[in-house]
Design a protein around this ligand. Sequence first.
Ligand code: QAP
Ligand code: CO
Length: 188
Amino acid sequence: MTILQIYVAPHPVLKKKAEPVTGGVTAGLRKLMDDMLETMYTSDGIGLAAPQVGVSKRILVLDIHQPKGDTLTPAERRTKPQFFVNPEIVQSSQDLRIYNEGCLSVPGQYADVARPDKVRVKYLDYYSKEQEVEADGLLATCLQHEMDHLDGILFVDHLSTLKRDILMRKLKKFTKENEEDLEKTHVL
Ligand code: QAP
Ligand code: CO
């Protein structure tokens, strides 16, 4: 297993539209997804999209059932990992839900974002099998946040220009103040 480097905004790889996976989920892609999952657990995340590790492909991993505690090992964090390849929203609810979102590519920053409360998503699973899931609650929010990454969109892009500018300034300050720690695990 390899821990990958996480790209921090405003890196250009985070702004690119990612390419669909063609030819199914190969052993190489499974290895990438395993590494992404390990990277996510190591950084205390609940979701991670391939562009965040510099790979412009339509792949994401998540595990929203994270036990509390910051001293847990990646193995102890592993509860219900989920893998999504070429995910597509086929239906979304009119009702919105607000979550205070964060992002491993926007370290130390959080903001409220409104998104559809329920979504139906079609995707290929870890074994390249076509699946469809009806997601609500945190799963729906997390899936939409991660799918945004595949289109080069960050949660800050859902904020007003003023709120986004303030948050991006804070991010700049945060990365500067934590540069020594961050540059081991992130691409600044
Ligand atoms: C996306 O985000 C998400 O700033 C996943 O210092 C977030 O895992 C979807 C994280 C909230 C729905 C609700 C962020 C860890 C993790 C940080 C994450 C940090 C350490 C973010
Ligand atoms: Co994110």
